[in-house]
Design a protein around this ligand. Structure first.
Ligand code: CA
Ligand code: CA
Length: 452
């Protein structure tokens, strides 16, 4: 039998060249536990049968060394059913080439008939490998097309909600989750959508990094809702973006002066002492602060919306669409137990009541007035959604507390929604005082909204 085995192999070798199949022709006169023994089968322990690369069509193969329990067959080889083919399509006994209309995820498609180099782009919710696979140009770190480009990373992208990341019982979702508010009458502005969560530092990082910091170039793409008059106030390079999100020209944004920032960067302006005490991942989850108004507006526009207005924030803060009448604080649609804004309360991030879990041993401490506390004030800024008991009747989180907010009514306008520090409630638009530095504050952040 050795002679015939070798011959079979040579005969196959020429066939192989024609079909460009892998050369598996190591058959010798010793090979052989019965090339045509139908009892040979594999797969039970996850390995291919010994006949899977013997250069002969045998066992349950549908073509030489492919199909059945051997490797899947390339396009053009013989098959019995879709499972025999790499394309998953068996047409009239032959493996068909992947097509964008064959109802299968095949070729380099990232989901059924979409993504990759040949099929159309994928809709929201479909699988993807890179941003370019998605019609939204937004592929998450774990391979799903979403609507908003800034929520594609993990930290600050899908770490919003109750519980800390990595702890049992944490209930997290996309930080770009939007809530439709349909209970505002047309006479008062009508329906709108508003982000359930405050903008995270990680969302800003995704935006900045996608453009290499050159957000002037982003503005030149004429995004819907962007005003060209604002473009001069955007960074034009990575260095300018880091400066815009760094400590200078702001209040409370110097770590070394009892402030803190949540947009991580290494040694701002070469000052190692200004490096945050917390890691990039930890900060990316937190609400963004020390952000200039124009940069916050640009992020929201990039995600298809704009900064929420004070009117919209007030509407949901006070549950104004409520049947039983408006409330003073967001949670009071269901919880009317006593609240004293001068003391810490578990319903909101206020009065320094949030503490970053497991801070690094290297965290700098400061002693003043007999108390010792973290020097880097980012310690007190929470990731959005960590105070679920304070949600309004639509489920919107952190309406009270954590950050005061830039608003869309006017440039550098902000509203008082209580903060992680001690700021009070006063839902009117204030102008950021240029004398205090034009570009940001450690307790002003952002929330995006959208016309409906
Ligand atoms: Ca074989
Ligand atoms: Ca397909």
């Amino acid at each position: 039998m050795p002679a015939t085995r070798i011959l079979a192999c040579f005969a196959f070798a020429s066939l192989v060249i024609a079909s460009a199949a892998p050369l598996g022709c190591s058959v010798t006169g010793e090979a052989s536990a019965g090339s045509d023994d139908p009892s040979v089968s594999g797969g039970q322990d996850g390995t291919l049968p010994s006949t899977a690369s013997d250069g002969v069509k045998n066992g349950d193969e549908t073509d030489v060394d492919c199909g059945g329990s051997a490797a899947k067959c390339a396009d053009g080889r013989a098959c019995a059913k879709g499972e025999d083919c790499t394309s998953a399509i068996c047409k009239a006994g032959t493996c068909a080439a992947p097509a964008p209309d064959d109802g299968m995820k095949n070729g380099d498609e990232t989901d059924t008939d979409c993504g990759g180099t040949k099929a159309p782009k994928c809709a929201t919710g479909k699988g993807c490998a890179i941003h370019g696979d998605c019609t939204s140009d937004a592929c998450t770190y774990d391979g799903t097309c979403i609507d908003e480009k800034s929520c594609t990373p993990h930290f600050g992208g899908d770490t919003c909600g109750a519980g800390e990341t990595g702890t049992p019982g944490a209930k997290h979702e996309s930080c770009c989750t939007r809530v439709a508010v349909t209970d505002r009458p047309a006479a008062q502005g009508g329906a709108f959508s508003i982000d359930k969560y405050l903008v995270t530092a990680g969302r800003m990082r995704a935006f900045v990094e996608r453009w290499g910091g050159n957000l002037k170039q982003w503005a030149q793409t004429k995004p819907a809702g962007w005003n060209d008059a604002w473009t001069d106030d955007l960074p034009g390079s990575e260095a300018e973006a880091l400066a815009a999100l760094g400590p200078d020209g702001k209040r409370g944004c110097n770590v070394t002066f009892d402030g803190g920032r949540t947009y991580w960067q290494s040694a701002p302006n070469g000052n190692a002492g200004e490096t945050s005490d917390f890691s990039k991942d930890v900060l990316d989850e937190k609400a963004l602060n020390c952000v200039p108004w124009h940069l916050a507006q640009a992020l929201c526009v990039s995600d298809g919306g704009r900064l929420a207005s004070n009117a919209e924030i007030t509407w949901v803060f006070e549950n104004r669409g409520r049947q039983g009448g408006a409330t003073t604080y967001p949670w009071q649609w269901k919880d009317t137990s006593a609240y004293n804004p001068s003391t810490p309360d578990p319903r909101l991030s206020h009065q320094y009541n949030y503490a970053t879990p497991t801070p690094p041993a290297s965290m700098r401490m400061q002693t003043a007035g007999g108390n010792t506390y973290p020097l880097d004030k980012a310690f007190y800024i929470s990731p959005p959604g960590r105070f679920p008991a304070g949600a309004n009747m639509h489920g919107i989180q952190d309406l009270a507390g954590n950050m005061l907010l830039w608003v869309s009514e006017r440039e550098k306008g902000f509203t008082w929604t209580l903060s992680w520090e001690k700021h009070a409630k006063n839902l009117t638009v204030s102008n950021w005082n240029n004398a205090d530095g034009p570009q940001g504050y450690y307790a002003i952040g952002a929330r995006c909204a959208k016309d409906d």
